[in-house]
Design a protein around this ligand. Structure first.
Ligand code: ZN
Length: 217
């Protein structure tokens, strides 16, 4: 399969906007991708819309752990967890403020068809605010069983997949007690997505629209 590299335009770092409804969403959905992107020069705007002070601290630590050398701007909000559809105007306003002050190359955010109402609200709003970016919608395993058919894959080596899971455990101690929070869920999904793209492990994304440029260097 022809790989499509994610590269910054020459002369500047890649600009990434990572959006999560909850602390840990970004890392569960795209932690492997972030570990890969962070090997090159990277500028990341990291936005999480809900979270208690304890969980916000976890998000801060996680952003720095997954992207240790990146130029990071972290913005954490405390909108009501589980109620983002009712906070639609606030979510839109926050995203519009972000869009007004940065123009990312790549957006990493939840999908419009995610079964969790908070994830879905963000997924529905992102394309109404950002219209000129590559938008990769990540997936998060959950009780609802909403795994869908991805269109983009990021292959991960065994060591990167392992590193992602180690960092998830280390960075989000408040979540370790959840019955779904374990190596088998994270690595099992990554192994399945890896099988689908002929890699050992992978993360998968939905991309509703992308622009191909024939002959680009
Ligand atoms: Zn979430």
């Amino acid at each position: 399969m022809l790989p499509l590299p994610i590269k910054a335009p020459s002369g500047r770092p890649l600009l990434v906007l990572a959006i999560g409804a909850h602390p840990d969403d970004i890392e569960i959905g795209a932690g492997g991708l972030l570990l890969g992107l962070a090997e090159s020069e990277l500028r990341t705007r990291y936005v999480v819309l809900t979270g208690t002070p304890e969980r916000q601290q976890e998000a801060r630590n996680a952003a720095r752990s997954f992207m240790p050398a990146a130029d990071l701007t972290i913005e954490l909000f405390d909108l009501p967890e589980g109620r983002l559809p009712a906070a639609w105007g606030s979510v839109k306003e926050i995203l519009e403020d972000v869009a007004g002050s940065c123009s990312p190359d790549v957006i990493i955010a939840p999908s419009y068809d995610d079964a969790h109402q908070d994830h879905r609200t963000i997924g529905e709003l992102v394309p109404t605010v950002f219209r000129d970016q590559l938008y990769l919608a990540y997936e998060i395993p959950k009780w609802d069983g909403d795994m869908s058919r991805p269109s983009m894959y990021v292959p991960l080596s065994a060591s990167t997949a392992q590193r992602k899971v180690e960092l998830l455990h280390k960075c989000f101690p408040s979540q370790r007690g959840r019955d779904w929070w374990d190596d088998e869920v994270f690595l099992g999904l990554a192994r399945l997505r890896g099988m689908e793209c002929r890699a050992r492990y992978a993360e998968a994304f939905r991309c509703a629209k992308s622009v191909l440029v024939p002959g680009a260097p």
